[in-house]
Ligand binder design. Structure first.
Ligand code: DGI
Ligand code: FE
Ligand code: FE
Length: 198
């Protein structure tokens, strides 16, 4: 039932090998870190630990896919043509989940969706979406100003952690004159109010 490895027709060891053909060692370590953080959050917030594990492990699977291949995927799957105006930061999730589906034969909609929205979030996020979004930000390997605050919030409220992370991302992008993907703004608007309660 929860044996996604069966569904993909490979063992965990085989999957780890496959991932390592796709990403550099530092990114692979980050993906393992996100898996660990995601499983911890799933335990805390009563999510499915098997889904959290696999979505965490795979969330950046497509991060090193070429721009040309992302453009091809956008065309093949007739995704929103506006996606072509963005770049790897947005594509590796919004388009990258299709690479996971194609390469690994993983068909679990919740896991694919969590991978899809892991960078920009969404107006409505499922428990697994929030777990992966936050785990990506707070995993043990992360070291930036504000990460400890995010880790503390993640212990008391997953929604507050989502809101905090989104606010910091919006601030970060705006401070660098970078465009903000509409879903990021939608996530900000949907979740920011929880930081003002109590
Ligand atoms: O893939 P990771 O580095 O582990 O983390 P991530 O998937 O959250 O991606 C973070 C990068 O994506 C970071 O450089 C900021 C960028 N990013 C996040 N939201 C947006 C964005 N870039 C643009 N242009 N617009 C966004 O809304
Ligand atoms: Fe990512
Ligand atoms: Fe990541």
């Amino acid at each position: 039932m929860f044996d996604y490895y069966d569904e993909m027709g490979m063992s965990r060891a085989e999957l780890l090998e496959k991932i390592q053909t796709m990403v550099k060692p530092a990114r692979f370590e980050h993906m393992l870190g996100v898996e660990k953080a995601a499983v911890e959050l799933a335990k805390r917030y009563m999510g499915n630990i098997y889904s959290a594990s696999l979505a965490g492990l795979l969330h950046d699977y497509a991060k090193e896919v070429s721009d040309t291949d992302f453009i091809k995927l956008i065309e093949t799957y007739q995704l929103d043509p506006d996606l072509k105006n963005w770049g790897n930061a947005v594509w590796h999730g919004k388009v990258g989940f299709l690479k996971v589906k194609e390469d690994l034969g993983l068909d679990n909609a919740e896991i694919l969706r969590a991978i899809q929205v892991h960078t920009v979030g969404a107006r409505e996020m499922a428990l697994l979406d929030k777990i992966i979004y936050v785990a990506d930000y707070i995993e043990d390997g992360r070291d930036f100003l504000g990460v400890d605050e995010a880790r503390e919030l993640a212990k008391v409220s997953l929604d507050k952690a989502v809101a905090y992370e989104t606010r910091e991302t919006v601030k970060y992008l705006a401070a660098r004159n970078l465009p903000i993907y509409p879903d990021t703004i939608a996530t900000y608007n949907a979740y920011i109010k929880v930081l003002n309660n109590d």
